[in-house]
Write a protein that binds this ligand. Sequence first.
Ligand SMILES: [Zn+2]
Length: 268
Amino acid sequence: MSGNDTFTGIVMYRKNYREADVLTKVLTREAGKRMFFLKNGKRPSYALASETLPYTYATYEGRLNPTGLSFLNTAKQATHFRLLNEDIEVNAYATYILSLIDAAFEDRVIITGWFDQILAAFAKLNDHFDPQVISQIIALKLLPDFGVPLQLQGCVMCGELTDEMDFSDKYHGLLCSKHFNTDRHRLNMTPKALYYLRLFSNIDITQVNSINVHQETKVELQRVIDLIYDNTVGIHVRARSFIEQMDTWQQALIASRKPKVGPNNEQQ
Ligand SMILES: [Zn+2]
């Protein structure tokens, strides 16, 4: 098997295939998402075991086939974003981000800009940036690619941008106070959350140096993002459900640590 395509890629996931082989999907910078066949990839002696771990970024050499499976021969300059594999929460968000990319684009569609954003996002996750915020940026920036561009420049009805705006899930955009009556289910967003909604939708992740968003604002943003994805985009990826479960467990854990208030405790 001789292949001489050189490309950079980020490993999205790997799954067992037949007895000893592995299929792995790689987001390549040059050729979009591709599925690779790793002959004997399950064996301990497999030469590229470390370079084909999920979330690895490397320069690969192999054969990119126009149809069917592609093949890997060698890899060099591999970067492992360790925190993405070691921290269960960061791992869940990295998986969620890649699931969204996988859902938004067909394989083989060249998405160089998105490759650079994902690479930057993973570097930030590895540097302990808030994983929820990073995922919110990706989810918002992906909306036009899902065919749901948000109108965030001004009111969807009149174009005005004032201090008193709200977001309408019905119109996928902003409403000024004069037009609040056009959507009685408008979301009543706080100015702070609206500010981040607009900022995140246009931000270039490679340019982000620090982010500090209050918990309440993150919760508010998440509610909007979930609404848009559930109602309009129409996808709820499994990784998102896992994050929701994880949040529930965390809240249950916090609640269980609080001192119990009962008839016996009240007197103490
Ligand atoms: Zn208006």
